[in-house]
Ligand binder design. Sequence first.
Ligand SMILES: [Zn+2]
Ligand SMILES: [Zn+2]
Length: 345
Amino acid sequence: MTSPQGNPPPIRTTRVLDPEQIAMQAGRQMPFLRLPVRATAFADRALRLRQLAASHPMREYLIFIADLAHAQQQVLNGYPAVEMPEGEALEAASRALKPPMPAFGWTRDPQWLTQLRKLLGVFRARLGDSTMGPARDTLDRVVAADDAWLDHQADLLSRRIMFGVDLATAPLIAAGLQAYWTHLALQVAAAHGENIFGRTDPGTECPCCGSAPTVSITRIGADEAGFRYLHCALCGTEWHYVRIKCAHCESTKGIHFESLAPEPGVELPHTGAREGAVKAECCDSCGHYLKQVAMEKDPEVEPVADDLASVTLDLLVSEAGHQRSGHNLMLLFGEPEPDDDGGGG
Ligand SMILES: [Zn+2]
Ligand SMILES: [Zn+2]
């Protein structure tokens, strides 16, 4: 066929389409936002953590976080109303492509402290008289802490500043923060409709609280099959983010996937998930990676749980020179001491 202008025919590059591209070409629309489900958000996580813990080298830790998630669910079930932004502020944020309640700017309702203490009470009852001596001491420390210290720790965790964070108590305080933020997102959505959380710029930030994602998840299900979502580390909201695109620098070039090779004869060796369900999406443009969990490989994956259980993959990818961009409040790493300005501290 000759084109009327006499131009040469365009070069056609053949490449394999991923399920998302196929769905998009078929004109399918996916929901942009997936809010957490109040009745199951943390219960699902607890369940998955227990499942993964069954034959896992980090068994005790995974069970510890599962018990914490159980307490988070109890608190979320009955969370009282909290202060939320006015409709005008919500719309202004939406127009400016900004999250309306940025974790690093929004004033938390003091209810978060009341509910944190309630959560710790449920958690303590759950621990019972069993083992966990060090965990109990840490718990006592948070229970005894005053509001100012807890708020300060919460500020550091919200801003993702590791310097000054008490690493031992961080998961407990973060558990209270996650419960508060999950509730706040749901309360705002219930009052104003979930479309109030629109796209943000950059698209790597949570449309609700501006936090970084823990991992991305490729979903199954009627509306979302094949689509990829980023999962907010703080409020648990998920938002659509096209596949094969760096969730740190938004580059679409130099993306490759790394995963753990299965060990012969071992069914679920390193991550507890089924083979191929957890991968690291690595970006050569910025050197970061974010893990991706795939429901089509293992329908029971849960972002936070599967991230925790696949630390072996982090080690492998870090050794290869990539830096983790995923944020998991249940597993924080201290920052190395700065060594270039002689300031110390
Ligand atoms: Zn969020
Ligand atoms: Zn990148």
